[in-house]
Design a protein around this ligand. Structure first.
Ligand SMILES: [Zn+2]
Ligand SMILES: [Zn+2]
Length: 411
């Protein structure tokens, strides 16, 4: 059986290849649903490794399927044969952001205004290393691996697009693993939290329609600016007065537009924002209260109002506790118990949540920051960087976790 030390050594031997690939992807970033070059590299490599490859899944997504070749009855000692065979979905994302890179490195973005400022270049490279290690050790695991390279994470559209194109069918996954590098966490630390780890991301947009008039004669119109101001202020009470103090929620108004001159009351003001929470009941309550406040104030202030919510929103990212403990257990062996955490939560969102909602799974943050090297810029910053030493660490962690899952959780 492949030991974790062996996998770690094999992943470490891929460092140079991983770095080169990640830098090539970094220099050629592609926005959501435009990841054609990246998808081409992925599809070619998966085919070389013996995977059955599907392209164009969710517009630009790629899927690779590989069957394990472990002989029947060759389950490692302690394996839970009742858990077998698994179909494991391994999910990596590929898209970049509309950010102009300010790093001065030889592999700086060559696409003006587009940058891998979230580390999805690293994820793509890590995913191909995992695919390689799993193919190399095919005789050591049973079941099926379905490795997917997802487009358009940053717009929260890619996972749904792949699901609509059938990625959760034939074969249907029984468990899922995904990960994200994290420049704000020390290199090599692993963070996998049971239950909600990232927030549901919902949004709203409001159009307040008054009646424009001269600024000197407000009584002759209906002022949408004063009405909108009351609405924005009253929305601040939703979290403090309507959400249980034991629940988590955010209401942020992120834009407000209206008016053209000091002495004109405009016809229309528009504003909108984001709603974050850790469970869908809270999301629905946020929607209900936002609507009630906006419509109630509109009535009181004699303005009309249109309020819109998106058709779908990213659900909270929920880690299955048993799956999370498997990944933490593997991580303790690979990076040491002192580097493994189970308490990290954030209000950011991630569309891997759609997969984790459909199938029990675990999502890990893997520290890629290094204060001594000055690598600590936040994600989405034009100066975002990672310590590339994270690449083999992440590849070993995901591969070892995958093999443990495929071979029965207690192996
Ligand atoms: Zn991002
Ligand atoms: Zn990201």
């Amino acid at each position: 059986m492949t030991t974790h030390e062996q996998l770690r050594a094999e992943a470490a031997a891929l460092q140079e290849w991983l770095t080169e690939l990640r830098r090539d992807l970094h220099a050629h970033p592609e926005l959501a649903f435009q990841e054609l070059r990246t998808a081409g590299i992925v599809a070619q490599r998966l085919a070389e490794l013996g995977y059955e490859v599907q392209t164009g899944v969710g517009k630009t997504g790629v899927v690779g399927i590989l069957e394990g070749a472990r002989a029947a009855g060759a389950a490692p000692a302690g394996a839970l044969s009742g858990n077998l065979p698994q179909v494991l979905l391994l999910r990596f994302d590929m898209d970049a952001l509309p950010v102009r890179e300010l790093n001065d490195v030889p592999y700086c973005s060559r696409h003006d205004g587009v940058m891998h400022a979230c580390g999805h270049d690293a994820h793509t490279a890590i995913g191909l290393a995992v695919a390689e290690l799993l193919a190399r050790h095919r005789a050591g695991w049973a079941g099926t691996v379905k490795v997917i390279f997802q487009p358009a994470e940053e717009t929260i559209q890619g996972a749904l697009a792949m699901i609509r194109d059938g990625v959760l069918k034939s074969p249907a996954p029984t468990c899922v693993l995904s990960m994200h590098v994290n420049s704000r966490k020390p290199l090599g630390t692993v963070h996998v939290t049971d239950g909600p780890m990232m927030a549901a991301a919902d949004g709203f947009s409001v159009t307040v329609r008054g009646r424009g008039t001269h600024g000197a004669n407000p009584h002759e119109g209906a002022d949408p600016i004063v009405a909108a101001a009351q609405m924005v202020t009253a929305l601040q009470s939703v979290v403090s007065r309507n959400i249980s103090p034991l629940d988590t929620a955010v209401v942020t108004v992120g834009y407000i537009h209206g008016g053209t001159a000091q002495n004109i009351i405009p016809d229309v003001v528009e504003f909108g924002g984001t709603l974050r929470s850790y469970d869908e009941a809270t999301t629905l309550l946020l929607r209900k209260r936002v609507r009630a406040i906006v419509e109630g104030i509109a009535q009181a202030m004699s303005v009309a109002v249109d309020i819109a919510f998106p058709e779908t929103y990213a659900p909270p990212l929920m880690n299955d506790p048993a799956m999370s403990e498997i990944v933490r257990g593997v991580a303790r062996e690979l990076v040491g118990a002192q580097n493994v955490y189970g308490d990290y939560r954030m209000m950011g969102s991630e569309d891997a949540a759609y997969f984790l909602k459909a199938v029990p799974g675990a999502y890990a943050f893997i520290g890629a920051g290094n204060v001594e090297k000055g690598i600590m810029e936040p994600h989405h910053s034009p100066r975002f960087q990672i310590d590339e030493a994270v690449l083999p660490i992440a590849a070993a962690l995901v591969t070892a976790s995958a093999m443990r899952l495929l071979n029965g959780a207690s192996s």
